[in-house]
Design a protein around this ligand. Structure first.
Ligand SMILES: CC(C)(COP(=O)(O)OP(=O)(O)OC[C@H]1O[C@@H](n2cnc3c(N)ncnc32)[C@H](O)[C@@H]1OP(=O)(O)O)[C@@H](O)C(=O)NCCC(=O)NCCS
Length: 145
């Protein structure tokens, strides 16, 4: 799984932002972390890495192959991640996105994310990170009593 995550990450992000398979493996081994894939006819289209703990979850990274974009894979990955986080007891999902990342901001806005904070000059290119929150109380399987 770590190898495929790293391969897809390298396709989705610029070279300077790449994560190695070793880094992916380390993340997947940490408590509460999980990886998800989107595929079509057995062909991987995208990935997401999330974390859920103590009632809250976060999107660590998400990406779709450039050739597969704008066809619903990103939304499907986010919905799967929200359902997985909810099934692990999370009620809110947080994520950070560059204010300059139009496609990702469009995706999160389409899902109903609201801005709850801003980290000034957070990214190496000097752009701010917007901190977004999604309510996931109505996602996925009902929580165990
Ligand atoms: C962000 C990303 C994951 C979106 O994946 P995708 O498969 O293209 O997204 P979807 O096709 O599911 O789009 C769902 C909705 O998001 C919004 N959206 C997606 N791409 C958009 C774009 N380029 N411009 C504006 N809105 C966009 C739209 O509302 C879209 O719905 P619509 O197609 O019905 O209008 C993809 O662009 C990507 O991998 N980007 C590079 C990596 C990255 O920036 N990751 C996020 C880091 S925070």
């Amino acid at each position: 799984m770590a190898d495929l995550l790293a391969t897809l990450h390298a396709e989705a992000f610029p070279p300077a932002e790449r994560w190695t398979a070793q880094a992916m493996g380390l993340l997947l081994g940490l408590s509460g972390h999980f990886g998800l894939f989107a595929e079509s006819d057995g062909e991987p289209l995208g990935f997401a890495l999330g974390r859920a703990a103590a009632g809250e979850a976060e999107v660590i990274t998400i990406g779709v192959r450039p050739s597969a974009r704008r066809a619903g894979a990103g939304r499907a990955l986010m919905e799967a991640l929200m359902a997985e986080a909810a099934s692990r007891g999370a009620e809110a999902l947080f994520l950070e996105v560059s204010e300059a990342n139009g496609p990702a901001r469009g995706l999160y806005a389409a899902l109903g994310a609201v801005e709850v904070g801003r980290r000034r000059r957070y990214y190496p290119d000097g752009t701010d990170a917007l901190v977004l929150r999604l309510d996931i109380t109505s996602c996925g399987a009902a929580k165990a009593e």
